[in-house]
Design a protein around this ligand. Structure first.
Ligand code: ATP
Ligand code: MG
Length: 363
Protein backbone atom coordinates (compact mmCIF):
# COMPACT_ATOMS: atom_id res chain seq x y z
CA UNK A 1 0.00 0.00 0.00
CA UNK A 2 1.39 3.40 -0.95
CA UNK A 3 1.99 6.15 1.61
CA UNK A 4 -1.33 7.89 2.35
CA UNK A 5 -1.38 11.38 0.87
CA UNK A 6 -2.88 14.56 2.30
CA UNK A 7 -3.31 17.99 0.77
CA UNK A 8 -3.47 20.75 3.38
CA UNK A 9 -5.30 23.93 2.39
CA UNK A 10 -5.10 26.11 5.50
CA UNK A 11 -6.84 29.12 3.92
CA UNK A 12 -7.52 32.39 5.71
CA UNK A 13 -8.00 33.93 9.15
CA UNK A 14 -7.62 31.35 11.91
CA UNK A 15 -7.34 28.56 9.30
CA UNK A 16 -3.51 28.56 9.26
CA UNK A 17 -3.39 28.90 13.07
CA UNK A 18 -5.51 25.84 13.81
CA UNK A 19 -3.93 23.87 10.95
CA UNK A 20 -0.45 24.42 12.44
CA UNK A 21 -1.55 22.35 15.44
CA UNK A 22 -2.82 19.58 13.15
CA UNK A 23 0.53 19.61 11.34
CA UNK A 24 2.24 18.84 14.64
CA UNK A 25 -0.10 15.91 15.27
CA UNK A 26 0.53 14.55 11.76
CA UNK A 27 4.28 14.76 12.44
CA UNK A 28 3.75 13.02 15.77
CA UNK A 29 2.07 10.10 13.98
CA UNK A 30 5.13 9.82 11.73
CA UNK A 31 7.75 9.94 14.48
CA UNK A 32 5.93 8.21 17.35
CA UNK A 33 3.54 5.77 15.68
CA UNK A 34 5.42 5.00 12.48
CA UNK A 35 2.46 6.21 10.41
CA UNK A 36 3.82 8.54 7.75
CA UNK A 37 1.72 10.73 5.48
CA UNK A 38 2.83 12.37 2.27
CA UNK A 39 1.78 15.95 2.99
CA UNK A 40 1.55 18.78 0.48
CA UNK A 41 0.35 22.30 1.23
CA UNK A 42 -1.29 24.85 -1.01
CA UNK A 43 -3.42 27.99 -1.02
CA UNK A 44 -7.20 28.38 -1.03
CA UNK A 45 -9.64 31.25 -0.53
CA UNK A 46 -8.39 34.78 -0.01
CA UNK A 47 -4.79 33.55 0.28
CA UNK A 48 -5.04 32.01 -3.20
CA UNK A 49 -6.74 35.14 -4.55
CA UNK A 50 -3.90 37.31 -3.25
CA UNK A 51 -1.31 35.05 -4.93
CA UNK A 52 -3.07 34.03 -8.16
CA UNK A 53 -6.17 36.21 -8.57
CA UNK A 54 -8.45 33.18 -8.13
CA UNK A 55 -9.70 31.51 -4.92
CA UNK A 56 -8.56 28.08 -6.15
CA UNK A 57 -6.03 27.56 -8.94
CA UNK A 58 -6.41 24.79 -11.54
CA UNK A 59 -3.18 23.24 -10.29
CA UNK A 60 -4.51 23.07 -6.73
CA UNK A 61 -7.80 21.62 -7.98
CA UNK A 62 -5.89 18.93 -9.89
CA UNK A 63 -3.81 18.10 -6.81
CA UNK A 64 -7.00 17.79 -4.71
CA UNK A 65 -8.27 15.16 -7.17
CA UNK A 66 -5.06 13.12 -6.84
CA UNK A 67 -4.60 12.93 -3.07
CA UNK A 68 -6.33 10.53 -0.68
CA UNK A 69 -7.77 13.35 1.42
CA UNK A 70 -7.92 17.14 1.60
CA UNK A 71 -7.70 18.95 4.95
CA UNK A 72 -9.10 22.46 4.82
CA UNK A 73 -8.87 25.24 7.44
CA UNK A 74 -11.23 28.11 6.67
CA UNK A 75 -11.75 30.68 3.93
CA UNK A 76 -12.85 34.32 3.76
CA UNK A 77 -12.56 37.53 5.71
CA UNK A 78 -13.54 41.20 5.60
CA UNK A 79 -10.64 42.01 3.30
CA UNK A 80 -12.42 40.08 0.53
CA UNK A 81 -16.01 41.22 1.15
CA UNK A 82 -16.07 43.65 -1.76
CA UNK A 83 -14.77 41.14 -4.34
CA UNK A 84 -16.90 40.03 -7.25
CA UNK A 85 -18.90 36.86 -6.46
CA UNK A 86 -16.94 34.90 -9.09
CA UNK A 87 -13.66 35.25 -7.15
CA UNK A 88 -14.92 35.28 -3.57
CA UNK A 89 -12.90 33.03 -1.21
CA UNK A 90 -15.96 30.84 -0.59
CA UNK A 91 -16.02 29.99 -4.29
CA UNK A 92 -12.75 28.11 -3.81
CA UNK A 93 -14.43 25.77 -1.35
CA UNK A 94 -17.55 25.42 -3.50
CA UNK A 95 -15.40 24.46 -6.48
CA UNK A 96 -13.67 21.75 -4.45
CA UNK A 97 -16.98 20.31 -3.26
CA UNK A 98 -18.50 20.40 -6.73
CA UNK A 99 -15.61 19.02 -8.78
CA UNK A 100 -14.83 16.31 -6.23
CA UNK A 101 -18.58 15.54 -6.19
CA UNK A 102 -18.69 15.42 -2.37
CA UNK A 103 -22.32 14.46 -1.93
CA UNK A 104 -22.32 13.27 1.70
CA UNK A 105 -21.58 15.81 4.40
CA UNK A 106 -20.94 14.17 7.77
CA UNK A 107 -21.38 16.32 10.86
CA UNK A 108 -20.94 14.55 14.17
CA UNK A 109 -22.57 16.13 17.21
CA UNK A 110 -20.77 14.64 20.14
CA UNK A 111 -20.89 15.97 23.66
CA UNK A 112 -17.68 15.62 25.65
CA UNK A 113 -18.58 15.11 29.29
CA UNK A 114 -16.30 17.94 30.45
CA UNK A 115 -18.32 20.37 28.31
CA UNK A 116 -21.81 19.06 29.05
CA UNK A 117 -22.71 22.23 30.97
CA UNK A 118 -21.80 24.26 27.92
CA UNK A 119 -24.70 23.10 25.83
CA UNK A 120 -27.85 25.14 25.29
CA UNK A 121 -29.64 22.24 26.97
CA UNK A 122 -29.42 20.57 30.37
CA UNK A 123 -26.54 18.24 31.19
CA UNK A 124 -28.80 15.17 31.49
CA UNK A 125 -30.19 15.77 27.99
CA UNK A 126 -26.78 15.99 26.28
CA UNK A 127 -24.14 14.16 28.39
CA UNK A 128 -22.93 11.22 26.33
CA UNK A 129 -24.62 12.49 23.18
CA UNK A 130 -23.15 10.99 19.98
CA UNK A 131 -25.08 11.72 16.78
CA UNK A 132 -23.93 11.70 13.17
CA UNK A 133 -25.88 13.87 10.74
CA UNK A 134 -25.44 12.97 7.08
CA UNK A 135 -26.53 15.85 4.85
CA UNK A 136 -26.88 15.53 1.07
CA UNK A 137 -24.57 18.25 -0.24
CA UNK A 138 -24.64 18.50 -4.02
CA UNK A 139 -28.31 18.56 -5.03
CA UNK A 140 -31.76 19.57 -3.79
CA UNK A 141 -33.27 23.02 -3.57
CA UNK A 142 -29.91 24.84 -3.53
CA UNK A 143 -29.18 23.63 -7.07
CA UNK A 144 -32.53 22.70 -8.70
CA UNK A 145 -33.73 24.43 -11.87
CA UNK A 146 -35.66 26.59 -12.56
CA UNK A 147 -34.45 29.19 -10.14
CA UNK A 148 -34.29 32.98 -10.09
CA UNK A 149 -36.30 36.09 -9.49
CA UNK A 150 -38.83 36.85 -12.24
CA UNK A 151 -41.46 39.41 -12.92
CA UNK A 152 -45.02 38.05 -13.04
CA UNK A 153 -47.49 40.76 -14.00
CA UNK A 154 -46.54 43.65 -11.76
CA UNK A 155 -44.84 41.75 -8.95
CA UNK A 156 -41.58 39.85 -8.49
CA UNK A 157 -41.48 36.10 -7.79
CA UNK A 158 -38.54 34.24 -6.23
CA UNK A 159 -38.20 30.65 -7.37
CA UNK A 160 -36.17 27.64 -6.23
CA UNK A 161 -36.81 24.04 -7.15
CA UNK A 162 -36.38 21.03 -4.90
CA UNK A 163 -35.27 18.22 -7.20
CA UNK A 164 -33.79 14.82 -6.32
CA UNK A 165 -33.09 11.88 -8.57
CA UNK A 166 -33.36 8.33 -7.34
CA UNK A 167 -29.60 7.79 -7.66
CA UNK A 168 -28.78 10.94 -5.70
CA UNK A 169 -30.96 9.75 -2.83
CA UNK A 170 -29.67 6.18 -2.99
CA UNK A 171 -25.99 7.09 -2.76
CA UNK A 172 -26.38 9.31 0.29
CA UNK A 173 -28.62 6.69 1.91
CA UNK A 174 -25.85 4.11 1.38
CA UNK A 175 -23.32 6.43 3.01
CA UNK A 176 -25.62 6.71 6.06
CA UNK A 177 -26.23 2.95 6.29
CA UNK A 178 -22.50 2.19 5.95
CA UNK A 179 -21.80 4.57 8.84
CA UNK A 180 -24.57 3.07 10.98
CA UNK A 181 -22.98 -0.37 10.54
CA UNK A 182 -19.88 0.93 12.34
CA UNK A 183 -21.94 2.75 14.98
CA UNK A 184 -25.10 1.84 16.91
CA UNK A 185 -26.87 0.43 13.84
CA UNK A 186 -29.73 2.94 13.67
CA UNK A 187 -30.67 5.39 10.90
CA UNK A 188 -33.43 7.99 11.02
CA UNK A 189 -34.29 9.52 7.64
CA UNK A 190 -35.88 12.98 7.67
CA UNK A 191 -37.97 14.69 4.95
CA UNK A 192 -41.40 16.21 4.51
CA UNK A 193 -43.14 13.40 2.64
CA UNK A 194 -46.46 14.75 3.89
CA UNK A 195 -46.20 17.88 1.74
CA UNK A 196 -43.36 17.40 -0.79
CA UNK A 197 -43.08 15.05 -3.78
CA UNK A 198 -39.30 14.92 -3.44
CA UNK A 199 -39.91 13.86 0.16
CA UNK A 200 -42.17 11.02 -0.96
CA UNK A 201 -39.46 9.76 -3.32
CA UNK A 202 -36.78 10.27 -0.65
CA UNK A 203 -38.68 8.08 1.80
CA UNK A 204 -39.33 5.36 -0.82
CA UNK A 205 -35.74 5.17 -2.06
CA UNK A 206 -34.19 5.15 1.43
CA UNK A 207 -36.55 2.30 2.38
CA UNK A 208 -35.73 0.36 -0.83
CA UNK A 209 -31.95 0.68 -0.34
CA UNK A 210 -32.43 -0.47 3.24
CA UNK A 211 -34.59 -3.48 2.38
CA UNK A 212 -32.27 -4.60 -0.43
CA UNK A 213 -28.86 -4.21 1.19
CA UNK A 214 -29.07 -3.14 4.84
CA UNK A 215 -31.92 -5.14 6.44
CA UNK A 216 -30.03 -5.41 9.75
CA UNK A 217 -30.04 -1.62 10.27
CA UNK A 218 -32.95 -0.22 12.29
CA UNK A 219 -34.44 2.38 9.93
CA UNK A 220 -37.06 4.94 10.94
CA UNK A 221 -38.58 7.89 9.07
CA UNK A 222 -39.48 11.24 10.57
CA UNK A 223 -40.90 14.48 9.21
CA UNK A 224 -38.11 17.04 9.41
CA UNK A 225 -40.11 19.49 11.53
CA UNK A 226 -40.76 16.81 14.12
CA UNK A 227 -37.07 15.86 13.77
CA UNK A 228 -36.04 19.38 14.74
CA UNK A 229 -38.25 19.19 17.82
CA UNK A 230 -36.95 15.74 18.78
CA UNK A 231 -33.33 16.88 18.35
CA UNK A 232 -33.85 19.49 21.04
CA UNK A 233 -36.23 17.47 23.23
CA UNK A 234 -34.43 14.11 23.36
CA UNK A 235 -31.35 14.08 21.09
CA UNK A 236 -29.93 10.84 22.47
CA UNK A 237 -32.63 8.83 20.67
CA UNK A 238 -30.64 9.32 17.43
CA UNK A 239 -27.61 7.52 16.06
CA UNK A 240 -27.32 8.43 12.35
CA UNK A 241 -29.67 10.99 10.77
CA UNK A 242 -29.80 11.20 6.96
CA UNK A 243 -31.50 14.13 5.29
CA UNK A 244 -31.48 16.40 2.26
CA UNK A 245 -29.40 19.49 1.62
CA UNK A 246 -31.79 22.13 3.00
CA UNK A 247 -33.06 20.25 6.06
CA UNK A 248 -29.51 19.05 6.74
CA UNK A 249 -28.22 22.60 6.71
CA UNK A 250 -30.71 23.63 9.39
CA UNK A 251 -30.71 20.44 11.47
CA UNK A 252 -26.92 20.18 11.66
CA UNK A 253 -26.60 23.75 12.96
CA UNK A 254 -29.30 22.94 15.50
CA UNK A 255 -27.41 19.80 16.58
CA UNK A 256 -24.19 21.81 16.80
CA UNK A 257 -25.62 23.95 19.57
CA UNK A 258 -26.32 20.83 21.62
CA UNK A 259 -22.60 20.36 22.07
CA UNK A 260 -21.20 23.78 22.93
CA UNK A 261 -18.70 25.82 20.95
CA UNK A 262 -18.28 26.12 17.21
CA UNK A 263 -14.59 25.63 17.96
CA UNK A 264 -15.25 21.95 18.76
CA UNK A 265 -17.08 20.74 15.65
CA UNK A 266 -15.42 18.76 12.85
CA UNK A 267 -16.89 17.69 9.51
CA UNK A 268 -16.19 15.42 6.58
CA UNK A 269 -17.51 15.63 3.02
CA UNK A 270 -17.29 12.37 1.11
CA UNK A 271 -17.76 11.39 -2.54
CA UNK A 272 -17.61 8.20 -4.52
CA UNK A 273 -14.71 5.76 -4.05
CA UNK A 274 -11.52 6.34 -6.05
CA UNK A 275 -9.58 3.54 -7.76
CA UNK A 276 -7.82 2.65 -4.50
CA UNK A 277 -11.20 2.20 -2.79
CA UNK A 278 -10.88 5.34 -0.66
CA UNK A 279 -13.70 7.86 -0.95
CA UNK A 280 -12.95 11.28 -2.36
CA UNK A 281 -12.84 13.31 0.81
CA UNK A 282 -12.48 16.76 2.28
CA UNK A 283 -12.23 17.36 6.03
CA UNK A 284 -12.76 20.75 7.64
CA UNK A 285 -13.85 22.36 10.89
CA UNK A 286 -17.44 23.62 10.86
CA UNK A 287 -16.36 27.10 11.96
CA UNK A 288 -15.28 29.85 9.57
CA UNK A 289 -12.18 32.05 9.44
CA UNK A 290 -13.20 33.98 12.60
CA UNK A 291 -11.62 37.31 11.58
CA UNK A 292 -12.51 38.80 14.99
CA UNK A 293 -9.92 36.61 16.74
CA UNK A 294 -7.47 35.86 13.89
CA UNK A 295 -3.78 36.43 14.59
CA UNK A 296 -4.21 36.52 18.37
CA UNK A 297 -3.49 32.91 19.32
CA UNK A 298 -7.04 32.60 20.68
CA UNK A 299 -8.56 30.12 18.23
CA UNK A 300 -9.57 26.70 19.48
CA UNK A 301 -7.78 24.10 17.31
CA UNK A 302 -9.93 21.16 18.47
CA UNK A 303 -12.47 21.28 15.59
CA UNK A 304 -9.59 21.05 13.12
CA UNK A 305 -7.84 18.34 15.14
CA UNK A 306 -11.06 16.29 15.29
CA UNK A 307 -11.47 16.79 11.52
CA UNK A 308 -8.08 15.12 11.08
CA UNK A 309 -9.31 12.29 13.34
CA UNK A 310 -12.26 11.87 10.96
CA UNK A 311 -9.76 11.63 8.08
CA UNK A 312 -7.94 8.84 9.91
CA UNK A 313 -11.21 6.98 10.37
CA UNK A 314 -12.99 7.52 7.04
CA UNK A 315 -10.16 7.88 4.51
CA UNK A 316 -7.47 5.67 6.00
CA UNK A 317 -9.45 3.08 7.93
CA UNK A 318 -7.44 3.90 11.07
CA UNK A 319 -10.31 3.91 13.55
CA UNK A 320 -8.03 3.06 16.49
CA UNK A 321 -5.70 5.94 15.71
CA UNK A 322 -8.70 8.28 15.33
CA UNK A 323 -9.95 7.17 18.74
CA UNK A 324 -6.47 7.87 20.15
CA UNK A 325 -6.74 11.51 18.99
CA UNK A 326 -10.30 11.82 20.33
CA UNK A 327 -9.30 10.40 23.71
CA UNK A 328 -6.43 12.88 23.92
CA UNK A 329 -8.87 15.75 23.31
CA UNK A 330 -11.26 14.34 25.89
CA UNK A 331 -8.58 14.04 28.56
CA UNK A 332 -7.27 17.56 27.96
CA UNK A 333 -10.79 18.91 28.41
CA UNK A 334 -11.29 16.78 31.52
CA UNK A 335 -8.07 18.32 32.90
CA UNK A 336 -9.79 21.72 32.62
CA UNK A 337 -7.76 23.26 29.81
CA UNK A 338 -9.84 25.86 27.99
CA UNK A 339 -9.33 28.14 25.02
CA UNK A 340 -11.30 31.38 25.40
CA UNK A 341 -14.39 30.08 23.55
CA UNK A 342 -14.71 27.24 26.09
CA UNK A 343 -14.28 29.38 29.19
CA UNK A 344 -17.56 29.16 31.10
CA UNK A 345 -18.69 30.23 34.55
CA UNK A 346 -17.06 27.16 36.10
CA UNK A 347 -13.65 28.43 34.91
CA UNK A 348 -10.66 26.36 33.90
CA UNK A 349 -7.04 26.81 32.89
CA UNK A 350 -6.80 29.31 30.03
CA UNK A 351 -4.64 28.17 27.09
CA UNK A 352 -3.74 29.61 23.70
CA UNK A 353 -4.10 27.85 20.35
CA UNK A 354 -0.62 26.36 20.58
CA UNK A 355 -1.06 25.66 24.30
CA UNK A 356 -4.06 23.49 23.43
CA UNK A 357 -2.00 21.82 20.71
CA UNK A 358 0.81 21.14 23.22
CA UNK A 359 -1.63 19.55 25.66
CA UNK A 360 -3.29 17.34 23.05
CA UNK A 361 0.13 16.16 21.85
CA UNK A 362 1.22 15.42 25.40
CA UNK A 363 -1.96 13.46 26.08
P1 ATP B 1 -18.45 31.64 7.86
O1 ATP B 1 -19.27 32.64 7.14
O2 ATP B 1 -17.11 31.37 7.24
O3 ATP B 1 -19.20 30.40 8.24
P2 ATP B 1 -19.10 32.86 10.30
O4 ATP B 1 -19.22 34.33 10.17
O5 ATP B 1 -20.32 32.04 10.29
O6 ATP B 1 -18.07 32.34 9.22
P3 ATP B 1 -17.07 32.03 12.17
O7 ATP B 1 -15.91 32.55 11.42
O8 ATP B 1 -17.19 30.57 12.30
O9 ATP B 1 -18.39 32.61 11.63
O10 ATP B 1 -17.10 32.70 13.61
C1 ATP B 1 -18.29 32.84 14.39
C2 ATP B 1 -17.90 33.18 15.83
O11 ATP B 1 -17.33 32.02 16.45
C3 ATP B 1 -16.84 34.27 15.91
O12 ATP B 1 -17.09 35.10 17.00
C4 ATP B 1 -15.56 33.51 16.11
O13 ATP B 1 -14.59 34.22 16.81
C5 ATP B 1 -16.01 32.26 16.88
N1 ATP B 1 -15.18 31.10 16.51
C6 ATP B 1 -15.24 30.42 15.35
N2 ATP B 1 -14.34 29.45 15.31
C7 ATP B 1 -13.66 29.49 16.48
C8 ATP B 1 -12.58 28.75 17.03
N3 ATP B 1 -11.99 27.73 16.37
N4 ATP B 1 -12.14 29.09 18.26
C9 ATP B 1 -12.70 30.09 18.93
N5 ATP B 1 -13.72 30.84 18.47
C10 ATP B 1 -14.20 30.56 17.26
MG1 MG C 1 -21.19 30.42 9.13
Amino acid sequence: MSTPSLLILAGDGIGPEVMAEVRRIIDWFGSKRGIAFEVSEDLVGGAAYDAHGVPLSDATMARAQEVDAVLLGAVGGPKYDALDFSVKPERGLLRLRKEMDLFANLRPAQCFDALADFSSLKREVVAGLDIMIVRELTSGVYFGEPRGIHKEGNERVGINTQRYTESEIARVARAAFDLARKRAGRVCSMEKANVMESGVLWRQVVQEVHDADYPEIALSHMYADNGAMQLVRAPKQFDVIVTDNLFGDVLSDCAAMLTGSLGMLPSASLGLPMENGRPRALYEPVHGSAPDIAGQGKANPIACILSFAMALRYSFDMGDEAARVERAVESVLADGLRTADLMGPEGGTPVSTSGMGDAVLAA
